[in-house]
Design a binder for this molecule. Sequence first.
Ligand SMILES: *Cc1c(COP(=O)(O)O)cnc(C)c1O
Length: 389
Amino acid sequence: MAEKHLNFGTLAIHGGLSPDKTTGAVMTPVYQTSTFARESVDEHKGYAYSRTQNPTREALEKNIAAIEGVSHAACFGSGMAATDAVLRLLSPGDEVIATNDLYGGTYRIFKTVYERYGVVFRFVSMHDVKNVRDKINDKTKLIWIETPTNPMTNIIDIAAVSKAATAHNVLTVVDNTFATPYLQRPAELGADIIMHSATKYLGGHSDVVSGALACDDDSLAVEIKRIQNTTGAVPGPMDCFLTLRGIKTLHVRMERHCENAGEIAQFLQQHPGVESVHWPGLNTHPGHHLAKKQMRNFGGMLSFSLKEDTLEAAKEVLNRTKVFTLAESLGGVESLIGHPATMTHAAIPKNEREKAGITDSLIRLSVGIEDAQDLIADLKQALDASVNK
Ligand SMILES: *Cc1c(COP(=O)(O)O)cnc(C)c1O
């Protein structure tokens, strides 16, 4: 299929895919096999062993490349395995510049695994690209962006950072988990590698853990595939099938996530118990204009802090919601509520956490695709009860 001209929804469903060559199955079969018969010593049908390549995984990889608008993708057993594969491009002494408002697990792999191997990490606030430029030196190999950031929903200018990086031959990596390619396509903005926790919006149903890398550069793709095959953190065929099935509805789900998040953000803003609301769609959000420029819509993730900025006050709310489930993770059809300081971001030291705005009362929502009025009613009863205590 000639795909470049197709729109996102069509690509999500058909991109990189064709009916199964042997049976005509319209939906990609689950090739639950570790190995493939050879036709002779010198010939096989393109598959030899499922760590190296499996047809179900290959279909998912082509589909993710298509929706990101690039030539290559490689899938992994988790988002962290995908991140790990990027970091394996580095050598001792190499430097990485990363945003200081980072997914907790990414911070943890930087600090507790790769720092021990001699990779140097420099954390900066990326709201101003000058902070990035100031840290680039001849050892800098990688710039790690997450936007919108987790959980503060700060917006980083991907085009500006990529431009600064490219001028110094530095690779830019964008963790596109929160935005998804439906809302933001980092490669079009100059990024070199796109990383996903496909566990979240791509899979979209909280039933699989998986990850992906996408890139447009042929030699970089060969290197990533070499690392994928050598270190072996590949997803199983069933997980690839589930992720692929999830992506088919990505555009429809994202529209509803965004719409619901917008309604909830407005509700929270006027609630007397709420101090501040962080959602890029609000025109009071510092990254609103940039988000408008580099994203199609503003996403389903938001966070807010309470007037009473204590752990106890946050717990009052967290323990009271009934439609919002108190759980880690995000990006599924169901709404989740979480507490960054004690859950997702517990690995980050308190003083660094608070510098980034992750105070004790900060609450994060992954707004699902239920009916907005039920979600608002649920938050209202939880917040009212905590205010009136
Ligand atoms: C969840 C997440 C990851 C890690 O992905 P896993 O699939 O849990 O390994 C990385 N980045 C972001 C932004 C995430 O939300």
